[in-house]
Write a protein that binds this ligand. Structure first.
Ligand SMILES: [Zn+2]
Length: 397
């Protein structure tokens, strides 16, 4: 980034308003560390997890058996290798609804913490993103690719930032979306900052994305930009205002429009700790409280990144557990927090093969000790993880 040291304070402010924008260009995929998979099952291996208590989206069930067959949750235990889980709790694989990919180690860190789906919210080049797709036994990803940004924005100054993503007029929206779709973007991201893209351009990108059948993610960290995102009709708003807590009336607009919130409290907390005037974590937390009270759909996302120049870099995987705790502190019930990282992101992103322990779904599963409905910190006690039916060795300590 072209950052003048004398303007560090301004940079922090700008960056704070921007969040971790784009994972670095130089981030090439590191060789996969196959060592962690020494004991991993093969995709065709049939297993029966016995004596598991399942979080079914509402309650934790009595002891059951869950079959893993050909990477999916199966029906019959016939011929299955039995694994006695001793009454531990089985969760659907967790989803982090806001990360920035770095390299294959990102996927290892996510999987090790039980995060079996990672939703990237801006990484380029597309070759990096595409090299991380569909790797057996590793966290499954979706990506926004390159976001739409305004001229003069911090992202636009990143070396090699694609020039066609720096929009100066609404007429460029269609080509911007077409390029992202051609590159493989799963959804479209728009950075809405002050000063930034005009309301007309934001609306044009949203319309073009919807015409292409893509969901629209907006980045907004102030009340004014949240309102701009709502006016444009985006599908999800990432981050929450840190200048002041969302009012009940603005929170109600999320509900009436069906807009989903991804607060990224972990990132907001990190920026709050920097002591920048106008960046108050209390406002972020209050915004989540208001959204929850209004009945808005809230997803767990951390903004984990290793993007050069970003002063807050939540670690991959483990941060998701912290995010759940922050959401509970902001007023979500433990049940709501668990849904925010399982069934809700699956529904919101149209990922119909996951988010619940259900026959036919991907065998993305996390076995934990303790009762997360009684104490959300129990999700940290990851005992075993399966990603698409392949066991991953949990990160310990
Ligand atoms: Zn981000």
């Amino acid at each position: 980034m072209c950052i003048n040291h004398t303007n560090r304070r301004d940079f922090l402010k700008i960056t704070a308003a921007t969040g971790a924008a784009v994972a670095g260009v130089s981030a090439l995929a590191a060789p996969a560390s196959a060592d962690a998979h020494d004991h991993a099952a093969q995709p065709g291996d049939k297993m029966a997890l016995t004596n598991v208590r399942i979080f079914d989206g509402d309650q934790i069930t009595s002891r059951r058996t869950v079959v893993i067959e050909n990477g999916r949750i199966g029906i019959s235990t016939l011929g299955a290798r039995r694994i006695d889980c001793g009454g531990a709790v089985l969760l659907p694989g967790l989803t982090d609804a806001h990360i920035h990919l770095r390299d294959v180690n990102t996927l290892h860190a996510l999987a090790g913490s039980g995060v079996t789906t990672g939703l990237d919210m801006a990484t380029f080049p597309p070759s990096l993103v595409n090299s991380l797709r569909g790797l057996p036994g590793l966290t499954d990803i979706r990506s926004a690719g390159t976001p739409a940004v305004a001229p003069g924005s911090p992202q636009s100054q990143i070396p090699a930032f694609p020039s066609d993503a720096v929009l100066t007029a609404p007429e460029q929206a269609t080509q911007f979306v077409r390029s992202r779709v051609a590159e493989g973007s799963d959804y479209i991201k728009i950075i809405i900052d002050e000063p930034g893209l005009s309301p007309e351009t934001i609306k044009a990108v949203t319309t073009a994305a919807h015409s292409a059948g893509k969901l629209v993610m907006a980045h907004a960290t102030s009340t004014a930009t949240v309102v701009r995102a709502l006016d444009a009709g985006v599908d999800m708003i990432h981050h929450v205002p840190m200048d002041s807590a969302l009012s009940a009336s603005v929170a109600a607009r999320y509900v009436s429009s069906g807009t989903v919130a991804v607060p990224t409290l972990t990132m907001m907390e990190g920026f709050g700790n920097l002591g920048i005037p106008g960046m108050n974590y209390a406002a972020a937390e209050g915004s989540v409280t208001a959204l929850r009270r209004a009945g808005a759909r809230i997803l767990a996302g951390t903004d984990s990144n290793l993007t050069p120049g970003i002063p807050v870099q939540p670690p991959y995987g483990i941060s998701l557990h912290h995010e759940l705790e922050l959401l509970v502190r902001a007023g979500l019930t433990t049940r709501e927090a668990l849904r925010a990282t399982t069934s809700l992101p699956a529904q919101a992103f149209g990922l119909r093969d996951r988010g619940a322990v259900r026959i036919g779904n991907r065998a993305d599963l996390v076995l934990i000790d303790g009762d997360p409905l009684a104490d959300i910190t129990a999700t940290r006690a990851v005992r075993r993880v399966w990603v698409g039916g392949i066991e991953y060795a949990p990160v310990t300590g």
